[in-house]
Each structure stands twice: as C-alpha cells, then as structure tokens.
Design a protein around this ligand. Sequence first.
Ligand code: ADP
Ligand code: ZN
Length: 680
Amino acid sequence: MDLVSLLRSTFGFSGFRENQEVVCRAVAEGRDVLLVMPTGAGKSLCYQLPAVARGGTALVVSPLIALMDDQAAKLYARGLKVARIHSGLPRDAAREACRAYLDGSLQFLFIAPERLRVPGFPEMLARRRPSLIAIDEAHCISGWGHDFRPDYRTLGDYLPLLRPAPIIALTATATPIVQKDIVAQLNLADPALYIHGFRRDNLAIEVVELSKPERAEFVAKFLDCAATRPAIVYAPSRKAADELALQLNGQFPAAAYHAGLEAGTRERVQRQFQAGQLEVVVATIAFGMGIDKANVRTILHAALPGSVEAYYQEIGRAGRDGLPSRAILLHSFADRRIHESFFERDYPAVDDLDRAARVLTADFQKPEVLCDHLTMGLEIFNKAVEKLCSQGAAQLDMDGNVRATGVSTWRHGYKTQLAHRRAQLEAIVEFAETPQCRMSALVRHFGDHAEASRPCGRCDFCAPHAAAAQRYAEPTPAEERDLSAILSTLKGNRAMAAGRLFTEAAVGKDRKYFDRLLDGLARAGLVTFASETWTNPLGREVTYKKVSLTHEGRELEMAEPLGVLLPEEREASAKSRRPRAEHRPTNGKGSDAAFTPLQAELESRLRKWRKAEADEAGKPAFFVFSDAILRALVEAAPRSIPELRTVRGIGPSKADRYGAAICALCRGQEPPALNGDGAF
Ligand code: ADP
Ligand code: ZN
C-alpha cells in the first residue's frame, strides 16, 4: 500500500510527521492500536489515512460535538465523503446520514457515543460493517481518566457487533493505568501500543521549593529580564491571579485571566496576549486552551498544579516555536496541604453519596426539599449529586432538579475515581519532590519507557549550573565532609531507608540539611532513590524512600572531588541575583566570561567535546564535569597530565579517563577518539 502518495494526494502533506507512518501502517494492515500522543502531534491522520487506504466506511466515535464538527469539516474540505450524527443536528440529517451509510457512499461516519444506546442503532450499523473504528479521546472510557463519560463506558458492549474492523483508540493524556483500562474495556485484540512524542527538547524544567510568601517577589524578579517574556504565570486562585497581575503590571504589560472575569475581558486579554500587547498573563487553570502563541518563553507555576497531566499540558504552551524556553514550578509542603483540603471538599465520602442516593426518586425534585430529609448540608448534598450524575446514577434537569436514573452500580466507579484522584496528587507531589531528570519523569509518567531513559540535559537536575531559578554552588569543606560521610555509610549497605541513613550518617540534627545533601548526591548521579512500601504491624501501608549507591557512587575513589552541586540558600542569593540568559556567552564578549578570544575558543572546544563525550555515554554534560571545572580548565589550560592534576576538581579517575583528550584540546590538537565506555 502506497501510503506516502495517498498522504500527498488526499491530505496534501509532503511527508509523515514523527511516528505517524508506523501507526498508519499498522492500522491500514488491520491491527488494533492504542495511540497516545500529545495534542497537536497529528493523531487524527493516524486513523484518517488508513481509513482512506482501506476503503469502505470508517466509524469515528467522538465525545465532543465541536471536535466532531471540526474534524468532519476538514475532511469534507479535502473532498472526502463525511456525515455526522449527534444531538446538535436536525433529525433529518441523522436519517440522511444513516441512508448514506447503508448505501456505502460514506468514507467517514462520526457519531456521539450516546447514539449507540438508541435502540436499533448499533444493529443498523452492523448491517453494513465499518472498515475501521476510531475511538477519539479514548481516555473518557476509563474511570481512571479525568474526563470519565458514562456513555463511553458501555462502548465496549457494542463493538463485537461491528467487528472484524480494526479499532484504533486515540488519546493525548492516558497514563499507563488508563492505557490498560482502555485496552481492557474496548477488548482490543493484541493491540500495538504507540506512546510517543511527550519529550520536548527545547524546554528546561526547573522545580524550586519556595515558601508561599516569597513567591510573588520571586516571580517579579524572574520576569524582570526581558528574555523571559512573553510568559504565562499560573496562580492557585482568582484572588492570587488578580493581585500578582496588578503587581507585575507596574513592570511590564500584564493582566489576569480567570473564570471570574467577564467573557469580554477574557477575550480581550487573550487577544492582546496573542498580539504581543500583553507580555505576561497571570491565569488560573482556565487559560491557554484557545491560545496558539508560538513564542511563549516562560511558564511559571506559582503553586503546585493538581496533577502531572495538567502540569504537562500547561508547560506545553511554552516554546512552540522550538526555541529554548523555561518552565518553572514553585512549590512547598503547604501546597500539598491545600490540595488535600480541596480533595476533602470536592469528593464527599461514599457514605454521603449513599445517603443522597437513597432519597432520590424517579421523579425530578428540588435539592432543597430532598435535603430536608437528610441531616446533610446543601453544599455536600449538591456535591454528592454531582458525583452521582458523573457516575450515571442521577440526572439533573434545566432547573437544577434531580432524580435517580436507576443505575445502582455507581459505587465501584466512584471509588475508582477517588483512588485515581488520590494517585494523581501523589504523582505530582512525587514529581516535585524527587530529584531526577524532570523531562524523563514526565515522559515516563505517560508510559514512554524507552524514551524515559535519556536525560534531557536541560532541567535543574541534569544541568544545575545552568538553572535560572535556583543557583547551585560547590559544597563548602564542611558540606563536602558530610557528603562523604553519607556515602561511606551507604558503602557497607546495599540500600538503606532514608530515615536510617539520616541517623547513621550523623551529619547533624537537621533533616532538611541532610535532604539537601542527599538530593545533591542524586543530582550528581552518585545515589538513586526508590519508593518502597511496608505494611506495619497495624496493617497500615507505609511508604518510605530507599537510598542506594549507583554504579558511579560505588566506583568513586574517596580522595576524588564528588562533583556535587548544592542549591544556594535563597536568603543569600535572592536579592543579588538576576535570572540568566538562556545561552551563556562563549565568545568572550559576554558579561560573565572575561575570557580572551583564545580562551573563549578553547572553552567552546572543551564544551563541544564534553557534550560529545556525555552524549556517547547517554549522560548530561554535567556528569563529565561541571561548568566550574570547565572554567578552571580554560584558565589553567593544562598541557600535560601532571599539570591537569593541579586543576581544582580533577581527581585521579577523571584525569585517567579524560586527561589525554583535555590536554590535546589545550594544546590545540584534536582529541583522541571518544572514551565511549559509558563508565564515569
Ligand atoms: P492531534 O489530534 O494529535 O491533537 P491533529 O491531528 O489535530 O493533532 O494535527 C495537528 C495539526 O497538524 C493539524 O493541523 C494537522 O493538519 C497537522 N498535521 C498532521 N499531520 C501532518 C503532516 N504529516 N504534515 C503536516 N501537517 C500535519
Ligand atoms: Zn533533565
């Protein structure tokens, strides 16, 4: 099958985007597929092209009318034969669509999921089976997904009738647990899983622990540098958004955006930001859906978002033009507390739902009246009703009256929802608190394990020396001693609970200080963490952090500098500091590089070599040596190994491994071939 020429002739595209071809081929050949790619990656083509290639009619199930209309209009404009059936269209249109479907004159039939519940409709479809079935926004089928739709839940029941067509399920946001659920519920047969495209190479992610009162000042300082704008700041509440926007507006054009503003105001803010008249928008989660601005340089979260999925979507608005951009997340323990209280507020106990469900009848009634029968506040009652509705057990009419639907199986669904929400909170907290490559953690979260093993080289973990929000420094001699003490304590053990390590390493009483050192060791690749659970004698599950030495940590010679960088204390650094530009000057003309032209050239050669060496080993450049050492090397320009050994930060093992190359570069020669043994 010549998919490439079909791509050109039917869709007018000159070539496939990344991953599209392999997916199209699998679907065209009749395989079931689950496709998870971020918004904008080009998922639609992955069902549309195979549909045209296979001939016959493709059945597309889509949960949103607007989405369906948009897709159908685009296909129609390409000269394809398309029909839609959804509640927003006149009855005649549906009848006409069915007739065309049975005639075999359609290439695409779009339907809303609830349509399948209409008696006789699935049987009608089965009279002339589709050649392909696409399920868009497939995460809606899973109780684990955030947009759970009861009508999607029963989708799986009707599919056997429409087989043997291959099924392709598409979504942008499925985590591994949701992916599993989709496969199970749709009963996909030996599906090919494609989970791609979540890595963003131009995005430097930084996570900074900062107390709430310090954040407004931090944001103002950070965005003061013009290179950090345009920017979107996500604030935790409408009030916070208003206040921060007002404050920033004195520095540059800034405005707030949230659901509490009038539609006209929101529309204006969006338009002005798009046009560049506003440089910063301080928004609650509502902002960003409609905007398509390519040059957003910074996304700053002034509080911990509610889930990794939401966080990923929000930072995805930075750097669409492909140029270097930053995402900075500010958080502290207090954020976690706030989310926990939201959780309590928004998710009533199962028991409350039970009581609310018991007073509902088959007739619509006023909530206030029903509530009187219960000793339950109206607010909790309404929340409980909302949850029952989302599980399909209750229904509201236009006036807000409520009735039971007769669905009694909501309990399992609601419990799943609770567990899911809890897991989401745990995941975002873990993301913020675990020192690890931030981009890899995100990619792994979405289930792309192959891609997750490659560090990004840009985030605060991979490249602490280049961090803009948090400055890192080499440890003091006292800290260096304590770091060594932690490593020696670990040497005798395979793995240790962090708490025990804290006690045994005895580096002081301050747990925060200890954690800072431990994170530094992790950042330097000397230790790693694993999350372990243990059931205590009371039957409670306890989760704790287990620490173990990495290969590098075990191999380290004690006399060698550790190559650890520690975050500078904020009090000392916040006042004197400006965010740095994305690229540090390497041409000698820049502000902080007072190099001669010759030195600048050597610096750039060393940098290039360091990058190649690090790439070869699949590690960030920092693992070869830090920028501080690089600078020291440029200044000393050692031409022999003994000279090299006098440079601060170069121990025997580094000298051994890289000495020949460094000295060659300093002599102005080509370095010998890469080490490439991957062992550092
Ligand atoms: P998704 O469904 O993943 O959010 P879409 O399918 O809507 O993304 O595609 C996003 C945009 O990319 C659309 O405007 C689409 O026309 C365009 N697009 C998709 N595939 C290609 C391609 N191979 N070449 C050029 N443009 C493409
Ligand atoms: Zn990284």
